[in-house]
Ligand binder design. Sequence first.
Ligand code: NAP
Length: 253
Amino acid sequence: MNQPEERRIALVTGASRGIGRAIALALAAAGFDLALNDIARQRAALDQVCAEAIAHGSKALAVLADVSHRDEVEKMVADIMAAFGRVDALINNAGILIPSPIVSLAESDWDAVMDVNAKGTFLVTQAVLPHMRARKYGRIVNIASIGGKHGAPAQAHYSASKAAVMGFTRVLAQEVGADGITANCLCPGIIVTDMGRTNLDDPETRAQWIRITALRRLGQPDDVAGPAVFLASDGAAFITGQTLNVCGGIVFS
Ligand code: NAP
């Protein structure tokens, strides 16, 4: 996709497994060099993904940081700038799900989910933006969820955090468009990852998700990677402020 002499640099958060890993490897296959983030406890898995990206011919740098902590995020972006000099594409993918019905939802769980999913997206974006603005180029892809549109029982805080990501992205697109930066959301449906399995423990629930999906199957991480690579590419230059459902046909608006 990219010419070798103009390889793009992408930062993917939460890249050690699941959707983030799939996006990272698809970006590598598309000719991007990579800064791959995850939280410190995932160091070994992140190093493995870096090795896989390098096998695709990409440069890959592991950058450990908790995206909900401003100091760690700022150090991460400084390290990436020192290594690569720029970030062309940012994929805000890191996220957590801690199911709980509202009546018994702990305030600490509300805060944790909002901190990683919503504030983390804000903090990483804010740290990267000045560098994109200086170069008048950027692609920001925020991983929201169909849960942020519909929601599901025991996921009120998760749904609120993903609705926040969508609202944030729409305003971001309006603020940075004049600088040549696009910002869009993907809303995955039920994707088979460690997080996705939270929705799939019960065989009847799993069967029900498949029944209500137009394509009659669950999603795989690679199903999200293709749309993410497209929105991160030069070909998506005139798309901004949009939210794309990647759910096999569960949500239609
Ligand atoms: P996953 O398998 O749980 O992977 C998420 C990764 O993010 C994990 O490696 C996780 O590390 C890391 N992470 C968590 N907190 C972090 C933090 N504070 N800073 C940096 N990294 C952090 O999840 P996934 O299913 O691939 O989900 C990826 C994204 O897609 C999330 O934003 C999720 O909300 C969204 N999504 C997923 C689905 C689905 O069905 N899977 C559907 C819709 C949307 P730890 O495991 O150590 O916490």
